[in-house]
Write a protein of this length. Structure first.
Lengths: 339, 27
């Protein structure tokens, strides 16, 4: 109660401020920045400012995330920034992160900055073990991450021990083997040497092409209970909705592809997935909180929208971006050959 | 979509085999 009151007082104090502005800190995967926002700004005003500052045009994959109690939420574009349930202590902090994932990174991520932000986010999720990654894929991914960071392998510059300070593998993977750090480095370096000639963005794209085949890539998981009260996990991703046994986040028990879903709705805590095929039973479940329901529905709407957009073909904006990216790539390749 | 890990399958198999002799018994 006291906290809620203090938070409300904080908000009214902020709104009373003569300058009519407040400061926000934006944390991206590779930078931190501070902005002064006007009190009347909506989520979209701040989001657009961040995208412009970062130089990102493929903004539809991203969002501004904030922490709320024990969960996360995303800033709504059409709602005032200060009307969100954010901690009002300045600077108000938001994480600029990918909210939606592409079905195919190579086809859909056009700009280098988009690919780079995805690469950094996915790499962190793998190293933090939020995405399960088998040992052999961890080693191959590490070798592409090293290529992206260090450029071509050069035995005269890259002496043994050059990777000693890098975090390259999930701890779980390291613990599965009786291998010294030197032995791991030797293996990663051997594969790194194979990637000669790959530019940073090519190596990062190879990384994403491998990572996107990992079962947990791009899936948002939520604890739910079915009508019988059984604990289950709901997964929301680019392809649809998936129901998992809580002991197995890799293989769904049932999947509902977006194009086979007629309607998704909730009232209070009860969620209902209505399949297109009327012969298939409506799947009803309860999530833990109303706030979680809102987040699930937001992710469903956004992912469904992107799913449909992909099947309609590229917009003019994306066609232009792709043609610019192709020209830029060709120019860089010419430059490299000349050198 | 093609087979899982499509063109990387050979590399992944090689890495898996090279790690095998060092696997913990509990692993």
């Amino acid at each position: 109660m006291a906290r809620a009151l203090a938070s409300r007082m904080g908000l009214s104090a902020l709104k009373r401020k003569q300058t009519k502005s407040f400061s926000v800190r934006i944390v991206t995967m590779d930078a931190e920045m501070e902005f002064s926002c006007e009190v009347k700004w909506k989520g979209k005003d701040l989001f657009d400012l961040v995208c412009r500052t970062v130089g990102l045009r493929e903004s539809w994959f991203f969002g501004l995330q904030y922490n709320i109690k024990d969960t996360v939420a995303w800033l709504k574009m059409d709602k005032k920034v200060l009307d969100h349930d954010v901690c009002k202590e300045e600077p108000i902090t938001f994480n600029f992160l990918a909210k939606f994932y592409p079905e195919n990174a190579e086809e859909e991520l056009v700009q280098e900055i988009t690919q780079h932000l995805f690469f950094l986010q996915v790499k962190k999720e793998i190293l933090d073990e939020e995405i399960y990654c088998p040992p052999e894929a961890s080693v191959l991914l590490a070798s592409y991450a090293v290529q992206a960071k260090y450029g071509d392998y050069d035995p005269t510059a890259h002496k043994p021990g050059f990777l000693a300070r890098e975090e390259l593998l999930p701890k779980r993977v390291i613990n599965l083997y009786q291998m010294t750090p030197e032995m791991w480095e030797e293996r990663i370096a051997a594969w790194y040497a194979e990637h000669r000639g790959r530019t940073r963005d090519e190596a990062e794209m190879e990384y994403l092409k491998i990572a996107q085949d990992l079962e947990m890539y791009g899936v948002n998981y939520f604890f739910i209970r079915n009508k019988k009260g059984t604990s289950l996990l709901l997964g929301v991703d680019a392809l649809g909705l998936h129901i998992y046994d809580p002991q197995n986040k890799l293989t769904p028990k049932i999947s509902f592809p977006w194009n086979e879903i007629r309607n998704i709705s909730y009232s209070d805590k009860e969620f209902a997935i209505k399949p297109l095929d009327k012969k298939i039973e409506v799947f009803k479940f309860n999530s833990s909180k109303l706030r979680v329901n809102k987040l699930i529905l937001q992710l469903c709407i956004g992912n469904h929208d992107l799913f449909m957009r992909r099947r309609r073909g590229d917009s003019l904006e994306v066609q232009q971006m792709k043609s610019q990216a192709r020209e830029e790539k060709a120019r860089k390749q010419m430059e490299r050959q000349r050198l | 979509a093609g087979p899982k890990f499509g063109p990387y399958q050979k590399a992944l198999r090689e890495i898996r085999n090279s790690l095998l002799p060092f696997a913990n018994e509990t692993g």
